[in-house]
Design a binder for this molecule. Structure first.
Ligand SMILES: *[C@@H]1O[C@H](CO)[C@@H](O)[C@H](O)[C@H]1NC(C)=O
Ligand SMILES: *[C@@H]1O[C@H](CO)[C@@H](O)[C@H](O)[C@H]1NC(C)=O
Ligand SMILES: *[C@@H]1O[C@H](CO)[C@@H](O)[C@H](O)[C@H]1NC(C)=O
Length: 346
C-alpha cells in the first residue's frame, strides 16, 4: 500500500464540463504519475491503490442513497507509457482519467505572451489530448478524460498575463481543443488564488477569463462538431451544437495583431434556412483600452463590470443577418450563435 504517500492538494478550481454541473469525486494523488513532480509512483502500484480505493468507495456507498463519488486519477502530467500501463491495470476501477496542463512553462518567462499568441505553440497540447483519447479508446475502459488542473503557466502564473485579457486566447483555445478530443470536464487553476485566478485574489472582482468561461458555459453545447478553417493560420475555430437554442455555435479566435478576418461559414451534412429575416447572435470580446495586459474586457464594445452590489452584468449579444459574413477584429475572441444551420448531430 502506498496510499499514505499521496497527499492531495486542496485547491480552488472552476471545472467546466458536460458530465454534471455539480459532481462529487475522489482524487487519489497529485502529480506523481510518469516522472512525477518531486515524487513518483509506478503505474502498477498506483493502479493497485486505485483498485483498493474503488473497493472502499463501493463498500462505503453500498446501499446508500447518496450518489457514489467518481474515482479520479492520476492527476499528473501525461506520460503515454505510464498512463497506458496504469489505465490497463485499473480499467474497471476508474471513472475519470485526469491530467494537468501547464504547457506554457514557468510564469517567470518574460515572453509568456508570445507563446500564448503563437498558433503552433497552442497546437502543442493537441498531442497529449489525442494520445490520451487513443489510449482510452483502445483500453476497453469506460473511464473518460478530464483536464483535472490547468493553470497554463506553473509557479502561480504571471501577473497581468495569466490574470489579464490576453490569457483568454490560451484559455478559450484550451476549452475548444480539449472538447474536440472528448475531454468531458476542464478544471481551471484557479477560481481564486495565485496569478491565474478567474477572480481577483483581493477583491473577488471577475478577471476577463471569468467572462470567457461564462460565455463558453452558456453558449457551447455538449456535442462537438468537426471544424476546419482555410485562410490564414492565426484564426482558430471551434464549433459545437448550441447549448440552449437550435443550430450551432462557433468560437472564433483571431491571434492577428492588426488584421480583421471576414468569416464565411459553410457546412457539410446539414440543412439551413437562408431566409434573410433570420438573425444570429454575436459576442465579441476585446481587451479594455486595446491593451492585452488589461484586466478589463469589452463585450461588443462595452466594458463588463459588476455593479455596486456585485451583480454580474448580463451578457448581451449583437444581432446580425445570417447572410452577412462574420467580422473578427484583430486580437479578439468571438462567439457566434447561428440558429438556422441544422446539423444532424445537434
Ligand atoms: C452525473 O454524473 C454521474 C456520473 O457520470 C451520472 O451517473 C449521473 O447520471 C449524472 N447526473 C446528471 C443529472 O447528469
Ligand atoms: C453490498 O451489500 C449487499 C447486501 O448487504 C452485499 O450482499 C454485497 O456484497 C455488498 N457489496 C459490496 C461491494 O460491499
Ligand atoms: C425559414 O425561416 C423563416 C423565418 O423564420 C420562416 O418564415 C420560414 O418558414 C422558414 N422556412 C423553412 C423552410 O423552414
Amino acid at each position: 500500500m502506498a496510499l499514505n504517500y499521496l497527499a492531495s492538494l486542496m485547491v480552488a478550481y472552476l471545472c467546466l464540463g458536460g458530465i454534471n454541473s455539480t459532481f462529487s469525486s475522489k482524487k487519489l494523488g497529485n502529480e506523481v504519475s510518469g516522472n512525477g513532480i518531486g515524487a513518483r509512483i509506478t503505474a502498477e502500484q498506483y493502479a493497485s491503490d486505485i483498485n483498493h480505493l474503488q473497493n472502499i468507495v463501493k463498500k462505503i456507498y453500498n446501499g446508500s442513497k447518496v450518489i457514489k463519488p467518481l474515482v479520479l486519477a492520476p492527476g499528473g502530467f501525461f506520460d503515454p507509457i505510464w498512463f497506458k500501463k496504469f489505465i490497463d491495470k485499473a480499467s474497471k476501477s476508474l471513472q475519470v482519467v485526469t491530467h494537468h496542463v501547464y504547457n506554457l512553462g514557468p510564469g517567470s518567462d518574460e515572453h509568456l505572451i508570445d507563446k500564448i499568441l503563437h498558433p503552433s505553440f497552442l497546437n502543442g497540447e493537441s498531442n497529449t489530448l489525442s494520445s490520451l483519447q487513443n489510449i482510452l479508446k483502445h483500453s476497453g475502459t469506460s473511464a473518460v478524460a478530464w483536464v483535472g488542473e490547468a493553470g497554463g503557466a506553473y509557479n502561480s502564473g504571471r501577473n497581468l498575463v495569466t490574470n489579464a485579457f490576453v490569457f483568454s486566447f490560451w484559455y478559450l483555445d484550451q476549452l475548444g481543443m480539449a472538447a474536440s478530443y472528448d475531454t468531458k470536464t476542464y478544471c481551471r487553476q484557479t477560481l481564486v488564488g495565485g496569478n491565474y485566478g478567474l477572480l481577483n485574489t483581493n477583491t473577488f472582482v471577475p478577471n476577463p477569463d471569468y467572462y470567457s468561461a461564462l460565455l463558453w458555459h452558456r453558449l457551447m453545447g455538449n456535442n462537438v462538431l468537426s471544424t476546419s478553417f482555410s485562410g490564414q493560420a492565426k484564426l482558430r475555430t471551434y464549433a459545437h451544437c448550441s447549448k440552449k437554442s437550435k443550430g450551432i455555435t462557433l468560437l472564433l479566435i483571431n491571434l492577428e495583431k492588426s488584421t480583421a478576418v471576414q468569416v464565411l461559414v459553410s457546412t457539410t451534412a446539414s440543412t439551413s434556412n437562408t431566409s434573410s429575416h433570420i438573425e444570429r447572435e454575436e459576442y465579441h470580446l476585446m481587451a479594455g483600452n486595446g491593451d492585452l495586459h488589461s484586466q478589463t474586457v469589452l463585450l461588443n464594445g462595452k466594458v463588463l463590470t459588476i455593479d455596486s452590489s456585485g451583480v454580474i452584468p448580463s451578457l448581451e449579444p449583437v444581432f446580425k443577418r445570417v447572410s452577412d459574413p462574420i467580422t473578427v477584429s484583430p486580437y479578439s475572441l468571438v462567439f457566434v450563435v447561428i440558429p438556422n444551420i441544422n446539423v444532424l448531430a445537434c
